[in-house]
Write a protein that binds this ligand. Structure first.
Ligand code: FEO
Length: 182
């Protein structure tokens, strides 16, 4: 008896999205490490916390595939691209990463709709909402650096921006208390 409630194509797409979220997490880690090395501890911490958030997205997808009787396949994660040359470029990379992730999520939403897999469609609505929030965040980072002076932002403005981001609250679940229902 077939117990898997996901089509093979949808299961593959969801598994690919697991890898995509893991890749996003690595990109944020790379950017966080770059920022730390430049002396921007506040920006680094912000990006590190976001890297953790991407891991929680990955975990949410793993749990969903398993709940539907599917098989999770953990794949290799590609290496993040090169490091940024400025805070502005760093934030542009954040925005690009989020837009790519949104595009990937939309593709699976469309697939689930075409297959009339309403459980998956419904589950993915959480991700649609989350991507909206994350793009909003990324855009606000670009606004902040623009106000600070863009690529030529003076040290005093970067100092304030760094301080500002160190206070930005984010969801930073650890494995033991991941709220996968949220
Ligand atoms: Fe999991 Fe930043 O999207």
């Amino acid at each position: 008896m077939k117990t898997c409630r996901l089509s093979s194509s949808l299961m593959k797409a969801l598994n690919d999205q697991i890898t995509m979220e893991a890749y996003s997490s690595q990109v944020y880690l790379m950017l966080s490490s770059w920022a730390d090395n430049q002396g921007y501890a506040g920006i680094s911490g912000f990006l590190f916390r976001h890297s953790q958030e991407e891991r929680s997205h990955m975990a949410k997808l793993i749990e969903y595939i398993q709940e539907r009787g599917g098989k999770v396949v953990i794949d290799a994660i590609k290496k993040p691209g090169g490091e940024p040359k400025s805070v502005q470029e760093c934030f542009e990379m954040v925005f690009k990463q989020e837009v790519e992730n949104t595009t990937a999520i939309y593709k699976i939403v469309k697939m689930s709709m075409e297959e009339e897999d309403w459980a998956t469609w419904n589950h993915l609505q959480w991700f649609v909402g989350e991507q909206l929030e994350e793009e909003k965040y990324a855009l606000s980072l670009l606004d902040k650096i623009k106000i600070a002076g863009g690529k030529n932002a003076p040290d005093t403005a970067l100092y304030e921006l760094n301080k500002d981001l160190s206070k930005t609250p984010q969801k930073t679940p650890i494995a033991d208390n991941l709220d996968l229902e949220a």
